[in-house]
Write a protein that binds this ligand. Structure first.
Ligand code: 4AD
Ligand code: MG
Length: 423
């Protein structure tokens, strides 16, 4: 017997086929019974007729509970009224794995309960839709860079130096050689690779030991980090707006059904096209104060400030040239105003906040060394990084986009934790 996944059923119409999956739902009139099967690609309505089936097979239908795994065999035809658009006239039903008292019922459960049962909760329609959008976003990321001649360079997860902020490091014993840190970023390594290959990116898990329980923070998240030789900060922002627009367009084009399942209003996403508005940090502070914020020049933008500012625009916005004091050591000093650096944060609309942090890198050996010392970092740990400024230093820029924040925004879901299978 041919077996098929539900999304392939259109090419099996009129022919007998077997579909394996899990029971989502059953109902019976006593003479006709329906079983809704899901297999990860869609939903199939199986129809069983009591008078056409052996009594023993009809009995088996009665034992089906939510999430029982089964094989259904029968002839399929298009049925627009059926969930999923196909219906199977069932001639055989085999129970593969019973499922007594599935812990997640189609009723409201608390968040804590759902996360304790995350391994089972993943099967719900909403979680499946989010997983598919995430997959599309990841695929779009890879395609975007591949199409533009970037080379993927995988960077280490166990690292010897601080990549971003000393206060947010996970460390672990590294044999008898001291401490190793879980990577906060692959950036320093892709800077080295950019001098070898020109346009590169890394894409992997990154770690921040922030105990902040916000809807925007995870301790383990995925970040994609391109790095481009000869790009200055303006080129960097142009690459970012093209990149973000590309990802959003792909999700709209290929995951429309999932966004519908998530009840996402896609109108704000349709507006995501270059160019994105740009506002300097200094102007942003003025603007925010005018909107009622009490933030002052020199402070970082908080989550509420980001939301307030982003509300002023109909698409993502760049805030550029932040004060040195609130940004990482590697950002290039702004020659026009040395209190600031040549960086940008890209803020998503609708309250999702910063999805990208990027900058032009300090390419001057002495300035970089001074910044490393100022921040109390050990220059010895950055010797190789400083070498990049000793041997053919070059203007270069790059950025990091957080996958989970981007997926949460595209899906329109309130919390980042549902965008990764096991947060
Ligand atoms: O702004 P961040 O810290 O920048 C860097 O790590 C740079 N090294 C990137 C680069 O220039 N190559 O982080 C970049 C992005 C943020 O904008 C956000 O989307 C995401 O990574 N991010 C987090 N996502 C979830 N949970 C956290 N705790 C995150 N911290 C950062
Ligand atoms: Mg940042």
């Amino acid at each position: 017997m041919t077996s098929a996944r539900i999304h392939e059923l259109s090419s099996h119409a009129g022919h007998p086929v077997t579909v394996r999956g899990w029971v989502a739902h059953t109902r019976s009139s006593g003479k006709i019974a329906f079983v809704i099967l899901r297999d990860g690609t869609g939903l199939l309505q199986g129809v069983l007729s009591k008078k056409e089936l052996p009594a023993e097979l009809w009995e088996r239908f009665g034992q089906l509970t939510q999430e029982t795994s089964i094989a259904l065999t029968g002839t399929v035809r298009a049925e627009p009224r059926a969930p999923g658009g196909y219906e199977m006239h069932v001639s055989d039903l085999v129970v593969l794995g019973p499922s007594p008292d599935f812990p997640i019922q189609p009723k409201e459960h608390g968040t804590q309960y759902l996360f304790e049962h995350r391994h089972l909760w993943l099967r719900s329609r909403r979680q499946v839709a989010i997983a598919r959008v995430r997959h599309e976003v990841v695929q779009a990321i890879r395609d975007f860079f591949h199409e533009r001649g970037f080379t993927l360079v995988d960077t280490p997860i166990l690292t010897g130096a601080i990549g971003e902020q000393a206060g947010e490091l996970f460390s672990t014993d590294y044999f008898d050689l001291g401490k190793a840190y879980l990577a906060q970023t692959g950036q320093l390594y892709v800077e080295a690779a950019a001098a070898a290959l020109g346009k590169v990116y890394c894409f992997g898990p990154t770690f921040r030991a922030e105990k902040s329980k916000t809807r925007r923070h995870l301790t383990e998240f995925w970040m994609v980090e391109p790095e481009v030789a000869w790009n200055d900060s303006d080129d960097n922002m142009r690459l970012q707006e093209e990149f973000v627009s590309y990802i959003v367009a792909r999700a709209l084009e290929r995951r429309a059904e999932d966004l519908k399942e998530l009840e996402r209003d896609t109108a704000p996403l349709e507006r995501v096209r270059p160019p994105f508005p740009r506002i300097s940090y200094t102007d942003a502070v003025e603007r925010l104060r005018g909107l009622g914020s009490d933030m002052e020049w020199g402070q970082d933008l908080g989550g509420d400030d980001e939301t307030l500012l982003a509300q002023e625009y109909d698409r993502p916005v760049f805030v550029f040239n932040y004060p040195k004091g609130v940004k990482a050591f590697y950002m290039k000093e702004n020659p026009a105003d040395p209190r600031t650096v040549l960086n940008d944060d890209c803020l998503a609309p609708e309250g999702y906040g910063e999805i990208i942090g990027g900058s032009q890198r300090e390419d001057d050996y002495d300035r970089l060394l001074a910044r490393i010392r100022e921040q109390g970092l050990d220059p010895e740990a950055y010797r190789w990084y400083l070498d990049l400024r000793r041997y053919g230093t070059f203007v270069h820029s790059g950025f990091g986009l957080g996958v989970e924040r981007t997926v949460a925004w595209i899906c329109g879901i309130p919390h980042i934790r549902e965008t990764i299978a096991f947060p």
